[in-house]
Design a protein around this ligand. Structure first.
Ligand code: FES
Length: 157
């Protein structure tokens, strides 16, 4: 009887999580920063997809090739900076030695920036949403978000 109940619960939850994780939403191209202004291992914070308001995203040159990375070395990545567990801001928590964001100040979740923001440790169950980047000449643009930002049922239009 217990096995039957477990099967029912899992079959209801798994498709919702899988859909949210893989979804990429495209937005109008937005200028973020130039390649020559982006310093290695110094995150630059910006608002995305909206302009103004809180700087909810960051871009960083990891000096290590990363999944989804752009630039000559494939080492420039960007993510939403709010922890996917309960939305704590992660600003100031970049660890340049391990190329991770975290530990989160609330419950210690840590995200690997070389592997699409996947969880290394902590309570979060979803990776950090990755900002999709495009380079044109010396300019870096954001063009979309892969994954669901904390606090949204769907990423904003
Ligand atoms: S809010 Fe970040 S681990 Fe809970």
């Amino acid at each position: 009887m217990l096995l039957g109940a477990t099967t029912v619960v899992l079959s209801c939850v798994a498709p919702l999580n899988a859909g949210a994780r893989l979804k990429t939403k495209e937005y109008a191209k937005k200028y973020i920063i130039s390649l020559h202004d982006l310093k290695a291992n110094e995150p630059f914070y910006f608002s995305y997809p909206e302009s103004g308001g809180s700087k909810n995203s960051f871009i960083v040159k990891l000096q290590e090739k990363a999944a989804g990375g752009v630039g000559e070395d494939g080492d420039i990545v960007a993510f939403n900076q709010y922890c996917t567990h309960m939305g704590a801001p992660l600003e100031g928590k970049y660890n340049k030695v391990y190329k991770v964001m975290g530990a989160c100040p609330m419950h210690l979740s840590t995200f690997d920036l070389t592997r699409h923001g996947m969880i290394v440790s902590g309570h979060a169950t979803e990776p950090l949403p990755q900002v999709v980047l495009k380079v044109e000449g010396d300019d870096i643009y954001a063009v979309g978000i892969s994954g669901l930002m904390y606090g949204y049922r769907e990423n904003p239009v």
